[in-house]
Design a protein around this ligand. Structure first.
Ligand SMILES: Nc1nc2c(ncn2[C@@H]2O[C@H](COP(=O)(O)OP(=O)(O)OP(=O)(O)O)[C@@H](O)[C@H]2O)c(=O)[nH]1
Ligand SMILES: [Mg+2]
Length: 365
């Protein structure tokens, strides 16, 4: 079922489009100069059937979400202790983890740009089975290159967070992409807020900061804002409409305190495309304080491997995010240990981190 849920969701969208198209089609057919009442009758019946199916389906989904919200809230009656933030709070040492999959040129540039930022002590590149020169150029640019063999955007993020945490000098871990979309200078914005929150996430929906030719066209902008509202509702807070003022769910660029990451890492379980909202959900389930800040977004260098490949890809990923938000449930800390590949991508060291692909075998974000 897990495997086919995106296909199921796409089927629902297609059914909705057909259902919406049947009405004008039936109207046009009634104007035809020949007898169409049988066909028109059939189209009207079909439209009613689709409307019933979608209406009841939507109500059932909302009911399921409501049950999860109520269950989640009753569990949250046990208030979790605040994260104790250690490390140097005025001048935190930052380790940057960059996800990379066949983005040689852009990743090497990102390594150079992030290495120059104040506070950055190490840059890691998580090479996710690239067949181009990503690993070679990243290393030449000064990064520590880690090879993650399990294909998937979430696996790359997870590996980056895990490896960064192994570095004793990391007070703060920054996660970002090596595709030229994010601006390294924005790191200082995250650091300006990192004293106020456990997790600082970027948003890519502020006019003036987002380039016109970037990934964030109206479809992605509205989609991200809508899904962010769903996520806020999932952890309802009467005063601020959710525990964090989120307006974007898919932004990789984020900064987290070492101690906060130590708390949530065992519960990060998505290896696929919807890792970004998953990390937000886990952070909120663990009562981390989350602040969202506006950041720049540039046009991508090289070809998209993720949501921007096509409108269908974007839609499928958006639907996977919605499903995940609606059905998300964790008992903080109950993740099982698994083996993580070592730096050479070969044998592995057991850690507390459990990793399970949300979209099995997915190569795409
Ligand atoms: N999609 C995807 N990206 C991966 C994977 N492994 C590592 N990455 C990297 O993770 C980042 C996200 O992928 P992108 O292709 O930028 O996808 P996106 O951010 O949704 O959309 P665009 O930036 O518009 O292309 C990039 O830096 C990739 O190089 C993987 O298996 N799939
Ligand atoms: Mg990208």
């Amino acid at each position: 079922m897990r495997r086919y849920r995106v296909h199921l969701a796409l089927l629902v969208v297609v059914a909705a489009i057909i259902g919406a198209a049947l009405h004008p089609l039936a109207m046009v057919l009634t104007l035809a100069p020949f007898d169409t009442h049988i066909v028109v009758g059939f189209l009207v019946e079909l439209r009613a059937l689709i409307a019933d199916f979608l209406g009841w389906g939507l109500l059932s989904l909302l009911a399921v979400m409501l049950i999860y919200v109520i269950l989640g809230r009753s569990r949250r009656a046990q208030v979790l202790p605040q994260v104790v933030r250690t490390g140097n709070s005025s001048n935190p040492r930052v380790v940057v983890a960059i996800t990379a999959y066949n983005d040689a040129e852009a990743t090497a540039q990102a390594v150079k740009d992030f290495s120059r930022q104040p506070g950055v002590v190490k840059v890691l590149v998580i090479d996710n089975n690239s067949t181009d020169e990503t690993a070679k150029l990243a290393a030449a640019a000064g990064a520590i290159v880690v090879s993650e063999t399990r294909q998937g955007y979430g696996y790359a993020c997870l590996r980056g967070l895990t490896e960064a945490l192994k570095m004793p000098q990391a007070d703060v871990i920054v996660l970002t992409e090596g595709d030229g979309t994010f601006v390294a200078e924005d790191t200082s914005k995250f650091l300006a807020y990192i004293d106020d929150a456990d997790l600082v996430v970027g948003n890519r929906v502020v006019r003036g900061l987002v380039d016109h030719d970037s990934q964030m066209d109206p479809f992605f902008t509205w989609g991200n804002m809508a899904v962010a509202m769903l996520l806020r509702l999932r952890f309802w807070d009467g005063r601020f409409l959710g525990p964090a003022g989120l307006t974007d769910v898919g932004c990789t660029f984020r900064a987290i305190h070492r101690n906060a990451l130590e708390r949530i890492l065992p519960d990060l379980q998505v290896g696929g495309s919807h890792f970004s909202p998953h990390m937000l959900l886990v952070a909120m389930a663990h009562d981390l304080s989350v602040v969202e800040i506006p950041i720049h977004l540039r046009k991508r260098i090289g070809e998209s491997k993720g949501a921007s490949q096509s409108i269908w890809k974007g839609l499928a990923i958006g639907l996977a995010m919605i499903w995940h938000i609606m059905s998300f449930r964790i008992k903080p800390g109950d993740a099982k240990p698994v083996m993580l590949a070592d730096r050479n991508g070969a044998s592995s060291t057991p850690t507390k981190s459990t990793v399970a692909a949300g979209v099995p075998g997915s190569r795409d974000k």
